[in-house]
Ligand binder design. Sequence first.
Ligand SMILES: [Zn+2]
Ligand SMILES: [Zn+2]
Length: 181
Amino acid sequence: MSQCKNHGKYKADTHTIAGIFCKECADQIKRAQSTVDRHVEPKECFIIYEDSKKGWLSFTEKDRKKNTGCAHWVAHQLNLKGYGTVCAEGYYIRVPDVVARARKIDRNTEEVKVNDIWASKDHTGIVVKVEEIKVVVKEDGKDVEKTKQKILIQHCSSGQGRVATDDFERHFKGRGDFYRL
Ligand SMILES: [Zn+2]
Ligand SMILES: [Zn+2]
C-alpha cells in the first residue's frame, strides 16, 4: 500500500470520489462536501485539494465567482473534461473553459438547436427545447407574421437553488451567445 499523496506519513487506504487517499483526506473531503452550495449538481465532486495548510476545499469556499456550479453542471452533462482548475472528477468548472471548446453560433445565418451551449459572461446552460413560434411585427405600418425561435435553457441556478429550465427571452432577456461542440 502506498502513502497518501497529500499526507506522506499516512497510508493511502481510503476510497474517495477523488481517488484513494488517507483517512485525514477522507475526513477533509466530507467537510468540504458539506459546504457546497445547494444549487450545485453534482455536489460530491465540487472539491479540490488546495495545499497542506488548507487541505480540501469546496469551490463554494474557493473563488466562487470564477468557479461556478453552472459551468460544472454543463461540463458534466456534455462530458467536458480537461486540465487546469477542474472538479475532483476532472470536469471544467469555469464558463470560459466550457465555451472554449465550442464554436460560436451566428444567429443571423444559423438556427439554435437542442444541446447547444448558452453562455453569458458569468453564467451558462444547455438548450433543451427549441420551438418555432409565429409573431406579428409591424413593418411599414402593416402587420407582418414572422416565425421566431422560442428557446428553453436548462441551467444550474444559484438564484433558484436548483437545476431550472427558463425561457431565453423572458428569463435571460435575450442576453448571451450560443455555442456548438
Ligand atoms: Zn491524505
Ligand atoms: Zn464534478
